[in-house]
Design a protein around this ligand. Structure first.
Ligand code: LXE
Length: 701
């Protein structure tokens, strides 16, 4: 084995790398062009960067000046380039700044992730919304069972104005079990002990002179007809719509999700009578047992991240391709029969069962702070609403905010909220005006920003308004000057490694930044990624040390997108992929979780690194728990010795590491997961870690 070599790498206190000096709108481009500066003894670039996050969380005990010495030993497989590096880190336990509770949170929009994902409804195409009657596409997810015919029709007497269509069902035999099935969103989970809650509307358009009384059977079954659970629902023929409600409980767990919901009837009891059905709904148990609620496993995985905020409802899905296709809050509230659904931005129909009320209730249940976007007159066909036509949308935005926080006794929109079950206003502080308005910067700059922000702040002066027209920290001029900016960056690992200091060089002039979307979306080669890979996730960790360090001006940051089905993917990579009964928690998920869970509440000033350093860190403390944390990453084998002098004698740590290229996928969902360890503290911590790793060391002081 080649002996260790020392490299001439020094940690300095230089806070602002000169190559990151900003010009107007040059932020991203400059950073992308930079490269790593981690050389082996022959002065060759080492393919890897070592990032150390040290988070120090301490109580109000006496300030301890802390020295951290780190020795890194690289052993490059089959190569002679092996070296060690020493870093000295000093931090103050008193000087620094508060870490906002909103620093780490979630960005969500329905990109194959709301219907059939976060929103727990199991029946796909449950109300035949926005489909063309008579087409086979209108029958998506539905099929006949036994001798029967089905078709989607425009009902002669629809259940509601919002839901004009119905499933017309007619037995084609006079005996036997007949009915129809739905195969869900890429399957339906059958889980022992789950109580399923369902409902549907039905009527007989032309009832027989003598009323027929019979019963439907509803249940879950395999595609080969094995019934796992079912119940019966009595009915009497009538031309009026009636709603049936039911529950059933599964007694077994099926590994396969290729199951069907079935509604059947004995043909002998109704003959060849035509019946109509709509809003056929089935929910599993939901998070917090909310009716019309969210999936438990997804909610719990998100809750485990201790998220500070939730940005919704987009993203591109806020905007639509045309103004008529925008996300319009009014169509997403009230009873489900009053929600028409819409063709969403991502090319499929949104049921809007996950509506404004459901978002806000779930955000409250999850203990998050909403960052709620309002449509701001720009659509993805590239057009902007003309200035003299904007008032409609401004009024809509005011009404949307009133729905969330208005006084239910005097405001009609707030009264809807109250009638839906939440008389008290929801918590709401942040309003985002549009999404990615750098795509329409002229109209945003000329009139849209000012029209919205002036009208909204006149109505709601207590709220903060976030502008979306900046692509970087170099912000365009808007009137009135925004105090909050949402920045979005999708790039490769090198960008995020080198971007760790992007926010250090931004002015402290009252501007607050929201890194509302970021993710490693490609390899450094430009090759795309189906799932987050460890190289990118750890690079994001490097970037996130900058959020910790600059959390005096970065008030929030969220990886995007958050969720995607494994069966229908339009944007990769995603933080969490899901099937009907499982989750794939990505390597980036674990990075997000580690930063969020260990964010502390006070950032402590420490010796700073440089953007080109192979190691990055941040030091924070948590006043309540008196803990210290350490995190780090590297892409080749290395070892670390970190002598510190904590008051305690032991610490606990968490490490996320894996071989380069590792991804958590449906076939290998746990290829890389964090593991816990304990270490001896005292005057010195010696900590050896493999390459490509993010570590958190926790010491109670
Ligand atoms: C930017 C936009 O805001 C999101 O809808 C997309 C993915 O998160 C991205 N194109």
């Amino acid at each position: 084995m080649t002996p260790l070599q020392k490299v001439s790498y020094e940690v300095t206190t230089t806070p602002v790398p000169s190559h990151l000096a900003l010009g107007e709108n040059t932020f991203i481009e400059k950073v992308i062009d930079t490269d790593l500066h981690c050389y082996d003894r022959d002065n060759k670039l080492v393919h890897g960067v070592f990032i150390l996050l040290f988070q120090c969380i301490r109580s109000s005990l006496k300030c301890i000046k802390r020295m951290i010495r780190k020795t890194f030993a690289f052993a490059l497989a089959g190569a002679a380039a092996v070296y060690a590096t020493t870093f000295d880190v000093t931090f103050s336990t008193t000087s620094g700044h508060k870490v906002p509770s909103t620093l780490y949170g979630l960005m969500f929009e329905d990109i194959n992730s709301g219907d059939g994902g976060l929103y727990a409804e199991l029946i796909q195409n449950r109300a035949f919304q926005q489909v063309t009657p008579g087409t086979s596409a209108a029958l998506t997810a539905w099929a006949t069972l036994g001798s029967a015919s089905i078709a989607v029709v425009k009902s002669s007497s629809p259940v509601s104005t919002a839901l004009p269509n119905a499933l017309s069902f007619k037995p084609t035999a006079t005996s036997g079990t007949v009915g129809f099935t739905n195969d869900g969103y890429f399957g339906i989970p059958v889980t022992a002990g789950w109580k399923y809650t369902g409902s549907f509307f039905y009527r007989t358009p032309t009832p027989p002179a003598t009323k027929i009384s019979s019963s439907f059977t509803v249940g879950l079954r395999s595609t080969s007809g094995t019934v796992f659970t079912s119940t019966t629902v009595p009915f009497t023929t009538s031309s009026s719509w009636q709603q049936a409600t039911f529950t059933f409980t599964a007694s077994s767990t099926q590994t396969s999700v290729t199951n069907l919901f079935a509604l059947t009837v004995n043909a002998a009891t109704i003959g060849e009578l035509t019946m109509e059905f709509t809003l056929i709904s089935l929910f599993p148990p939901t998070f917090n047992n909310r009716a019309n609620g969210m999936r438990v496993d997804i909610s719990e995985a998100l809750l485990a991240m201790d998220p500070g905020f939730f940005r919704f409802p987009g993203g591109n899905n806020l905007e639509g391709q045309t103004p008529a296709q925008r996300w319009a809050w009014e169509s997403t509230v009230n009873s489900l029969v009053d929600r028409p659904g819409r063709l969403g931005t991502w090319g499929y129909i949104n049921t809007d069962g996950l509506g404004l009320y459901e978002y806000l209730q779930w955000i409250e249940d999850m203990g998050m702070e909403p960052i709620m976007a309002v449509f701001a007159g720009y659509t993805l066909n590239g057009a902007s609403v003309a200035q003299n036509s904007l008032q409609t949308y401004i009024t809509e935005a005011i009404n949307q905010i009133n729905f969330a926080i208005g006084d239910a006794s005097s405001n009609p929109q707030a009264a809807i909220r109250s009638a839906m079950g939440h008389p008290e206003p929801f918590d709401l502080t942040y309003i985002e005006i549009g999404n990615e308005d750098f795509f329409s910067s002229t109209t945003y700059t000329n009139y849209r920003w000012s029209a919205f922000v002036d009208a909204l702040s006149a109505e709601f002066p207590q709220l903060h308004y976030i502008s979306t027209s900046a692509t970087s920290g170099s912000v365009p001029k808007l009137t009135p000057a925004p105090t909050y900016w949402d920045l979005h960056i999708y790039s490769n690992p090198n960008f995020f490694i080198n971007g760790a200091f992007n926010f250090d060089i931004l002015p402290r002039n009252g501007l607050q930044f929201f890194q509302g979307e970021y993710a490693t979306t490609t390899q450094n080669s430009g090759a795309t990624l189906a799932y987050p890979f460890i190289d990118g996730s750890i690079a994001e960790a490097a970037y996130m040390t900058g959020f910790d360090r600059n959390s005096d001006i970065v008030f929030a940051a969220s990886y995007a997108p958050l969720l995607s089905s494994v069966s229908s993917i339009q944007w990769t990579p995603d933080l969490i992929n899901f099937s009907p009964n499982s989750l794939i928690l990505s390597t980036s998920y674990y990075v997000q979780k580690l930063f969020s869970v260990y964010k502390g509440d006070f950032y402590l000033t420490s010796t700073t690194n440089t953007a080109s350093s192979p190691v990055q860190w941040s030091v924070t403390r948590d006043t309540a728990t008196s803990q210290y944390f350490l995190k780090r990453y590297h892409s080749e084998h290395c070892s670390l010795h970190a002598p510190i002098h904590p008051a305690s004698t032991a610490g606990t740590g968490t490490i996320l590491t894996a071989a380069p290229g590792t991804m958590n996928t449906p076939t290998k969902p746990t290829a890389a997961v964090p593991s816990n360890f304990s270490f001896t503290a005292g005057k010195t911590i010696t900590y050896n870690a493999p390459g490509l790793s993010l570590s958190v060391l926790v010491v109670v002081s």
